[in-house]
Design a protein around this ligand. Structure first.
Ligand SMILES: Cc1cc2nc3c(=O)[nH]c(=O)nc-3n(C[C@H](O)[C@H](O)[C@H](O)COP(=O)(O)OP(=O)(O)OC[C@H]3O[C@@H](n4cnc5c(N)ncnc54)[C@H](O)[C@@H]3O)c2cc1C
Ligand code: SF4
Length: 495
C-alpha cells in the first residue's frame, strides 16, 4: 500500500461519459478515460486490505462477490499509484487473459465487494484495469509472446467466445498446438455478435486475435462443428477437444400471436446490427431495423438494455422494456448487505438514453405480454400487456408472478425483441461428440471437473455453466485449459 491516506485524501473519480443525446448519434464507445495523473490517484485509494474481498470471487446469496478471476487487485492498484505500469500489466495478465474485454464489459463484482464501498465509494478497479491494459498496448509491451517450445500435442477448441479464447490462449502458451473452430464469420462469440459496439468496439477483439495468431493459434471461421464440419474428423486429428459453444438457446414467449412477423430474439437483432455495421458501415440495409418503429423489449435485464440502446441508435419511434419482477430498491436492503452483490436499481446506458430522448424510463415492472395482435399481412401491430402480482403457488409453495385479471391494455408494437434469457446450449454439437447434457440443458461434466461424458472431450463457459458473464467464461476457459494440460502431460504449471 503506497499511500496510506489515499482513501481519505482522494474521492472516487471515474471516466466521463459522452452525453446520451450526443453518443446515440454513433456506435462508438462513450467513456472518456481519466488522465494518467488522475488514474494514479484512483490507484492510491486502495487500502490493500488484509482480507481483500475484491479478489475473492466467492458465491454469497446466490451471486458472486469479488472477482471470479481472483485478479490480484490490491497489488496492481498500488502499481498504478506508483506508476509501475509494466509490472501492473504483468500482474494483471497473471490471472486475466483478456483485461481489454473485462475492463469494458464486466459488471465489476470486485467494486461491489471493495471495503471502501462499505462506508463510502469503492476503488475504481475496473478503470484502473482499463488504464493498465490500454497503456500496455500503447507502449508496445502487450505484444505477441509465442511459446519457446512446442509439445507436439494438438487441441481443438470449438467456439471462439471468451471461454474458448481463454482456453486457446493458455494452451498455446503451454506449447500445445491449438485450433479454434467457429461457426460464425467472425471470431469472438457474444463479445463480437451479442454485446453491442458502443459497449465493446470490435477492433478490440480483432487486436487481441491478431496477437494470438502471431503467437501460433489457428482460427477456422464458418466451421459449424456437427453440421458442415465433422466431429469425428476433429476427434481423429486432435488429442483433446474443448467445447465452448455458449448457451445460445433463447427462452421463448409462448403467447397467442407469437408467429407474427416483426418478433425477434434479442441476439438475432443485436447480431444483425453489429454485422451490418462491420460489413458495410450499415450501408447494406441487412440489419433488422427499429427505425420509426414502436419497439417492445421483453426482458428487463442487460440484454434488454442493449436492445434499447441499439433501437435508439437506429431511430425508433418509441421503446418500452417489460420486466416481470418488481422494481428493485434504490439502496441495499437489510438482507443484502456488503460484500454481497447489491440487488439495487441500476439505470444502464440504454435506459439513460431512452430517458434523454423520450423523457421517461423505458422500463415497466411487473408486466408481461399476454397476446400479440397482427394485421391482415401477419405483421405484429400491437401487444396486449398484463400486470403481474406475486402470489404463493398452492402446489409448489413457491412465490410466482401471476397475471392480474382486468389489468390488460393494448400498446403499439411494430418490432418486438425477446430478451427473456437462455435455456442451455444447442444440442447438435453435444450430440456430435456424444456429450451428455444435464438438467439445465448444459454440457454435464464430472464433479469439480471440466471433463464431459465423452472420452478426451471437455466443456467450458456458458455451455457448461449456463448463460453467465464474460469474466466467468474466461475463468472457465482457463480452468479447462489447466485440466486438459494435466491430462495431456501428466502435470500442469498453468495457473
Ligand atoms: C446480448 C448480450 C450481452 C451481454 N453483455 C454482457 C456484458 O456486458 N458483460 C458480461 O460480462 N457478459 C455479458 N453477456 C454474457 C456473456 O457475453 C457470455 O456469458 C459469454 O460471452 C459466454 O462466453 P462463451 O465463450 O461461453 O460463449 P459465447 O460467447 O456464446 O461463444 C460461443 C461461441 O461458440 C460458437 N459455436 C456454437 N456452436 C458451434 C459449433 N457447433 N461449431 C463452431 N462454433 C460454435 C458460437 O458461434 C459462439 O461464437 C452478454 C450476453 C448477451 C447475450
Ligand atoms: S475482471 Fe471484472 S471483477 Fe475482475 S477485477 Fe476486472 S472488473 Fe473487477
Amino acid at each position: 500500500m503506497g499511500k496510506i491516506t489515499g482513501f481519505l485524501e482522494y474521492e472516487r473519480e471515474t471516466s466521463k461519459e459522452v452525453s446520451p443525446r450526443e453518443r446515440i448519434k454513433n456506435w462508438k464507445e462513450f467513456h472518456l478515460p481519466l488522465s494518467e495523473t488522475e488514474q494514479r490517484k484512483q490507484g492510491a485509494r486502495c487500502m490493500d486490505c488484509g482480507v481483500p474481498f475484491c479478489q475473492s470471487g466467492m458465491m454469497m446469496g446466490g451471486m458472486v462477490s469479488g472477482c471470479p478471476l481472483n485478479n490480484l487487485i490490491p497489488e496492481w492498484n498500488d502499481l498504478v499509484y506508483t506508476g509501475n505500469w509494466q509490472q501492473a500489466f504483468r500482474r494483471l495478465k497473471k490471472t486475466n487473459s483478456f483485461p481489454e474485454f473485462t475492463s469494458r464489459v464486466c459488471p465489476a463484482p470486485c467494486e461491489a465487494a471493495c471495503t471502501c464501498g462499505l462506508n463510502g465509494s469503492p476503488v475504481s478497479v475496473k478503470e484502473n484495469e482499463h488504464a493498465i491494459i490500454e497503456k500496455a498496448y500503447k507502449e508496445g509491451y502487450a505484444k505477441a509472446n509465442p511459446p519457446a517450445v512446442r509439445t507436439g500435442k494438438k487441441v481443438a477448441v470449438i467456439g471462439s467466445g471468451p471461454a474458448g479464447l481463454a482456453a486457446a490462449d493458455q494452451l498455446n502458451k503451454r506449447g500445445h498446438l491449438v485450433t479454434v473452430f467457429e461457426r460464425s464469420d467472425r471470431i469472438g462469440g457474444l463479445l463480437m455478435y451479442g454485446i453491442p459496439n458502443m459497449k465493446l468496439e470490435k477492433w478490440v477483439i480483432d487486436r487481441k486475435v491478431e496477437i494470438m495468431k502471431e503467437e501460433g493459434v489457428s482460427f477456422v471461421t464458418n466451421a459449424d462443428v456437427g453440421r458442415n464440419c465433422k466431429a469425428s474428423r476433429i476427434l481423429r486429428d486432435f488429442d483433446r477437444v474443448i467445447l465452448a459453444c455458449g448457451a445460445s438457446n433463447p427462452r421463448n414467449i409462448d403467447v397467442p400471436g407469437r408467429d407474427a412477423a416483426g418478433i425477434y430474439f434479442a441476439v438475432d437483432f443485436l447480431k444483425s446490427a453489429t454485422k451490418s455495421l462491420l460489413d458495410s458501415n450499415l450501408e447494406d440495409g441487412a440489419c433488422i431495423s427499429a427505425r420509426d418503429k414502436h419497439v417492445i423489449v421483453i426482458g428487463g435485464g442487460d440484454t434488454g438494455n442493449d436492445c434499447v440502446g441499439t433501437s435508439i441508435r437506429q431511430g425508433c419511434a418509441s421503446v418500452l422494456q417489460l420486466e416481470m419482477m418488481p422494481k428493485p430498491p434504490a439502496e441495499r436492503t437489510g438482507d443484502n448487505t456488503w460484500p454481497e452483490w447489491p440487488k439495487v436499481l441500476k439505470t444502464d446506458y440504454g435506459q439513460q438514453e431512452a430517458i434523454a430522448v423520450f423523457g421517461s424510463d423505458p422500463r415497466v415492472y411487473q408486466t408481461t405480454v399476454k397476446e400479440f395482435i397482427k394485421d391482415s399481412e401477419g405483421n405484429v401491430t400491437k401487444a396486449v400487456l398484463v400486470n403481474l402480482a406475486s402470489r404463493k403457488d398452492p402446489e409448489s409453495g413457491r412465490t410466482v408472478m401471476a397475471p392480474v385479471e382486468g389489468s390488460e391494455r393494448e400498446v403499439q408494437a411494430d418490432l418486438v425483441l425477446i430478451a427473456a434469457g437462455f435455456v442451455g446450449c444447442q444440442e447438435y454439437v453435444a450430440e456430435a461428440f456424444g456429450v451428455e447434457l444435464g438438467s439445465r440443458l448444459t454440457a454435464a461434466t464430472q464433479a469439480d471437473s471440466y471433463k464431459t461424458s465423452a472420452d478426451r472431450v471437455f466443456a467450458a463457459g456458458d455451455m457448461r455453466r449456463g448463460q453467465s458473464l464474460v469474466v466467468w467464461a474466461i475463468r472457465e476457459g482457463r480452468e479447462a485449459a489447466r485440466e486438459v494440460d494435466k491430462d495431456l502431460m501428466g502435470y500442469t504449471n498453468l495457473f
